[in-house]
Design a binder for this molecule. Structure first.
Ligand code: ASP
Length: 309
């Protein structure tokens, strides 16, 4: 298979390598959408440069999510939303489809790049998922430096928190802006990564779907890779990321799998959100039930990422 003979467009039948990223399902105001798309394109390009150089899908999704975590317009890493105590608690997961290795952190205190800590957990291999104070200890042991809510929260995240407090405080508000990436590399391996601050005003200790393998993040070379965004509790109830990879393993096109997943989410548990998928042939799928889901995609035929909301 030569990269020159392959084009990677929506619905193409195969691609040597490809990456799709999302910047969260939600409702980004029209005048802010291009800024979000630019962030997603930068992330897709960073991941694509790993793949173009012959790198692995797992390194590509990690790199893409690092870029998104560093961009304060997204609700992940820097810019993460605040819980009911006004603190940042972070969730992130990364998984590769070859050996089904996964690493994840949840309810993690402020660290600038939770996806790197998730990757350290994957590489370490002792456990898959670290939570709260134990996740912090793991991160520090691995050489990561703790940050603080003051250093990492954006003005927009704080404003959303203040507004949520004014309207009664107790209800959790969907912040949007979760980030994720899925990729297929030239060797045919797939990987997925997702990172989020979760939901504004979530209760301390609340964990969403993003760091839970099978719920918000999943990768299996036998089927494909998935990264979800939306009402985390509903994605968890349906193990939707794993469900999509099972459908792709059974031969469903990722575009059909993405649409079917969102329809199931709505019908069965009344959930909302979006999902990005890549299958083992490098075909893409993407769907949302929200008004926006920022995305960008790039593959071996492309000069630059395509993006949309
Ligand atoms: N799924 C994330 C969570 O529930 C939120 C989001 O995707 O916007 O934590």
């Amino acid at each position: 298979m030569s990269s020159a003979s392959i084009t990677f467009t929506w619905g193409s039948e195969e691609a040597l390598w490809g990456i799709v990223v999302h910047g969260g399902a939600g409702d980004v105001p029209a005048d802010a959408r291009e800024r979000h798309r630019a962030g997603a394109r930068a992330a897709a390009a960073a991941g694509a440069s790993v793949l173009a150089a012959g790198g692995s899908a797992i390194d590509a999704v990690q790199r893409a999510v690092e870029v998104l975590e560093d961009d304060p317009v997204f609700n992940a890493g820097t810019g993460a939303c605040l819980n009911s105590d006004g603190e940042i608690e972070l969730d992130a997961a990364i998984m590769e489809g070859d050996g089904l290795a996964a690493g994840a952190v949840c309810a993690l205190p402020p660290f600038r790049s939770p996806i790197r800590i998730a990757r350290a957990a994957l590489d370490d291999g002792a456990h898959v998922l670290y939570a709260g104070a134990g996740a912090e200890r793991f991160a520090v042991d691995k050489g990561f430096t703790r940050s603080s809510t003051a250093e990492m929260s954006s003005g927009a995240a704080r404003a959303r928190w203040e507004a949520a407090r004014l309207v009664g405080g107790g209800a959790s508000g969907w912040a949007g802006g979760t980030v994720g990436a899925v990729a297929r590399d030239a060797r045919g391996h797939v990987a997925a990564a997702t990172s989020t601050g979760g939901m504004t005003m979530k209760k301390p200790g609340r964990v969403g779907d993003s760091p839970v393998p099978g719920a918000g993040t999943y990768a299996d070379d036998a089927g494909g890779a998935a990264s979800a965004t939306g009402t985390g509790e509903s994605f968890m109830r349906l193990c939707l990321a794993k469900t999509c990879t099972d459908w792709m393993r059974a031969g469903m096109h990722p575009q059909d799998a993405a649409r079917s997943a969102l329809a199931l989410l709505q019908r069965r548990v009344g959930g909302e959100g979006g999902i990005i998928l890549v299958d083992r042939q490098g075909r893409l799928g993407l769907a949302r039930t929200t008004s926006t889901m920022t995305y960008a995609a790039m593959s071996c035929g492309d000069d630059a990422p395509v993006s949309g909301s």
